[in-house]
Design a protein around this ligand. Sequence first.
Ligand SMILES: Nc1ncnc2c1ncn2[C@@H]1O[C@H](COP(=O)(O)OP(=O)(O)OP(=O)(O)O)[C@@H](O)[C@H]1O
Ligand SMILES: [Mg+2]
Length: 219
Amino acid sequence: MTGNNGSGKTTLLRLLVGLLKPESGTIKIFNKTLTRDKQKLWEIRKSIGFLFQNPDDQLFAPTIEEDIGFGARNLKLDEEEVKERVNWALKAVDLLEFKEYSPLNLSWGQRKRAALAGLLVMKPKLLILDEPFANLDFKSIYNHLKILEQLRKDNDITIIFTTHNLFFVEHWANNKMIFLDNGTIVFDGTTKEGLNNSNVNELLGSYDDILLLIKKRHI
Ligand SMILES: Nc1ncnc2c1ncn2[C@@H]1O[C@H](COP(=O)(O)OP(=O)(O)OP(=O)(O)O)[C@@H](O)[C@H]1O
Ligand SMILES: [Mg+2]
């Protein structure tokens, strides 16, 4: 899912996981309609991992280790299994040495990685990731992708993600692309068609436009 700042990507994802209530229409996920009933919502939510755009909306425990274990403990897994999953996830996101740190004492990128680890321990069937690669260095992006690809291979999960970066749309999105503008879906089709859609390209702008502006300074 892509679109410019303020186009409605995060809002749509929040609707999908039941964090926002639609003013009209219904949302179906795993063929079940999202309701406001807390118990029923939890039944659906426990198979979904939702990565917030801002990790500070996600992390709240005193230590990274506790934070990452929170979701797994909510699933009522035995403590042995929780510890095993937490260690695996900490290792996967390369934060083992920071496990006793408070989220407050980690960098933004490290917090984003910790937030991802918190989803992994729940072994979700559907991952909904809001800007999973924004603000991360290349090595962290590489690590994130490696983990996500492993998950996809082992557990046959589905991933829905938002990004401004067409690199990920072009090379990582399997097939389907949705483009939002001003709260409306203006393109819904294959990635290939989307990337060649003139309306989409005009709305998005490009590095070429930016480069042209920079070059003008040197004329
Ligand atoms: N509950 C809501 N009801 C209606 N409009 C909302 C609601 N929450 C946010 N908005 C508005 O929707 C617009 C889209 O915001 P949103 O955060 O979804 O954009 P975004 O595409 O994720 O942008 P960014 O790329 O900056 O993350 C904003 O103008 C915001 O003020
Ligand atoms: Mg957003």
